[in-house]
Design a protein around this ligand. Structure first.
Ligand code: KG4
Ligand code: ZN
Length: 329
């Protein structure tokens, strides 16, 4: 069994997976959303302090499995340095106490493996990674060979959802609230511009769209419920149109066999449906994680660690490097 720790942003999570059956035998998670809500975004030092409080409590539940743990996996990059450090310190302590090796896991590889929580991993694999911190297109030949194809030039998609949610007074994180409100709105009422429409480059940009929404809100004055819903629906449509415009350019050229949609925003139902339709246009198999594993969690880190274990990618406790930003190899 592998015990995994995730603390890269504002979720403290621990999971234990059985290597042979892929069964998640233990998992526990505390989301810090409420603590960060008043600030409209994640405050790194607060996140770290709450990880320091939460992780030991979560670990209590994992104790009955200690004798069967073969390795400790921990997300060590990318993420908030002070937040990652809390998980890494716990992994180091557990490694020394249980005399088991550490498997450092790239957080985004964790999201990739959220696609394989119930199945054997399948490569080559392309994916669109959409979260609060990243908007990427990636290609993976196997666990070790992962390449970034495209990234956002500014805000991440989830960050854009969160900022529009804040403008509409929906709280943090606001992606789910925007999706819900958008269901009652008219996506055609506001014609927000499609970012990088005439630019052939494979890249994303959400800051211009965010500013267009801000200007529309400012020009309208007090917003009634109908208008708020129309803004949410029109923004969501423009953001998804942009993501899929660039994704289509990639898929039509690279023609991947299978393409995953990963990260917190992949919980969005409209995005999932439209992503699946796009993949079908190119005979590409769309892959999704179970809805409850789209956001940050430790089970995906544990699942990725099974492949890292097979490859023997162990690390001495005093050798783990924490990186806030990191490229793939
Ligand atoms: O992967 P994740 O849990 O954390 C990061 O690594 O960032 O993603 C969180 C992001 C937040 O920005 C949140 O607003 C967004 O995912 N999100 C959504 C939905 N559910 C979560 N965005 C759009 N629609 C949703 N249903
Ligand atoms: Zn994440």
């Amino acid at each position: 069994m592998i015990l995994a720790i995730e603390s890269s942003c504002d979720d403290s999570a621990i999971a234990i997976i059985d290597r042979a059956t892929l069964k998640i035998v233990f998992e526990a998670k505390v989301s810090q959303n409420e603590a960060h809500n008043p600030f409209g975004g994640v405050v790194p030092e607060l996140a770290a302090r709450l990880h320091a409080e939460n992780l030991p409590k979560l670990l209590e539940g994992a104790k009955p499995y200690f004798s069967r743990i073969e390795a400790i996996a921990v997300a060590n990059e990318p993420g908030l340095t002070v937040a990652l450090a809390e998980g890494v310190v716990m992994a180091q302590a557990l490694s020394l106490a249980l005399k088991k090796p550490i498997l450092p896991i790239h957080h985004i590889k964790g999201h990739l493996y959220s696609l394989f929580l119930q199945t054997k991993s399948a490569f080559p694999l392309s994916a669109a990674m959409v979260s609060g911190g990243h908007t990427l297109l990636i290609e993976a030949q196997d666990f070790s060979r992962v390449k970034q194809i495209a990234a956002s030039l500014d805000d991440a998609l989830g960050e854009a959802f969160d900022k529009i949610a804040k403008m509409l007074g929906l709280g943090y994180p606001g992606g789910g609230a925007i999706e819900e409100l958008a269901q009652k709105g008219d996506p055609k009422r506001f014609d927000f511009p499609l970012p990088l429409r005439n630019d052939p480059c494979l890249a994303f940009s959400f800051s211009g769209l965010k500013n267009s929404v801000r200007l529309a809100i400012e020009s309208l004055g007090a917003l009634d419920d109908r208008t708020k819903a129309d803004i949410a629906a029109s923004f969501q449509k423009a953001a998804i149109d942009h993501l899929l415009d660039k994704t289509r350019r990639y898929v039509s050229k690279a023609r991947p066999q299978r393409m995953g949609l990963i990260g917190g925003v992949s919980a969005n139902k409209l995005l999932r449906d439209r992503f699946a339709a796009l993949c079908r246009d190119y005979d590409c198999e769309p892959l999704f994680a179970p809805a409850e594993y789209c956001g940050d969690n430790a089970a995906m880190i544990a699942r990725a660690a099974i492949d890292a274990y097979k490859l023997g990618l162990f690390c001495e406790p005093d050798r783990i490097v924490i990186r806030s930003r990191s490229a793939f190899c």
